[in-house]
Design a protein around this ligand. Sequence first.
Ligand SMILES: Nc1ncnc2c1ncn2[C@@H]1O[C@H](COP(=O)(O)OP(=O)(O)OP(=O)(O)O)[C@@H](O)[C@H]1O
Ligand SMILES: [Mg+2]
Length: 250
Amino acid sequence: MNRGLFITATDTEVGKTFICGAITAALKGRGIYVGVVKPVASGGVYSSAGKLLSEDATFLMAAAGLGEDRRQAVNPVCLLPALTPAVAAIESGVTINTGLLENACRAMLAASEITLIEGVGGITAPIWQDYLVADSILALGLPAVIVARPNLGTINHTVLTAAYARQRGIKLAGIIINRWDEEQVTVLERSNLAYIERLTGLPVLGKFPSVSEVKQDRQAMEQLGKMAEQHLAMDRLIDLMSGGTDDASS
Ligand SMILES: Nc1ncnc2c1ncn2[C@@H]1O[C@H](COP(=O)(O)OP(=O)(O)OP(=O)(O)O)[C@@H](O)[C@H]1O
Ligand SMILES: [Mg+2]
């Protein structure tokens, strides 16, 4: 059986890549052969060699220890405009073949012990025409984790994301709160956490702190993996990747 997890979030810039990288590094630290996929990226940057690259894919490849030769398999489509992929593609004169994106994920799932897949934006971000991130999660049949912010506005974003996912029939593994800084949290963050748990009925699978600097060298990735072991429910996440879900409503 192909083991995998889809990482979505309540919004863009919430920490999908960072958390996906941290889980990947932790799995690698356990000696697991981990695959990563960022099926489609926008807001790509040109390398010094003039190649359009996804920085998210670069980070995930560093976390998984995959070389540059695997870039196409990790990130088959990278677009320049920092727009939702469906619009970035039109602006770039590109047609996105969603079947090709799904197949890239399936190929990585087949070739790896565990594969982590990062979406774009939030769960309803359009990838091509009316095909949304949610459609790719459903096509792959993987459980999804929602990465959420701890601060003001997060109850609404997280509850709506979970409700939409359930309405679409997506299996939800749980929620990870990113940038939870224990020594700084107040009644705001604590009550957000309590409400999110109560209103979604989903488990919070970890609260990841802020780090002072995000680096990509091997040592920094090992450290990130250790932080994931410390702050995330890694054993439970691995169980969920194998097909289980704690979502009572699914
Ligand atoms: N816990 C953290 N500590 C410090 N920096 C963080 C943390 N989480 C995320 N960041 C930084 O915040 C920024 C946004 O995070 P990230 O790129 O993971 O978000 P994303 O949800 O993947 O965004 P996108 O929708 O663009 O893919 C990045 O610069 C990342 O390095
Ligand atoms: Mg990202």
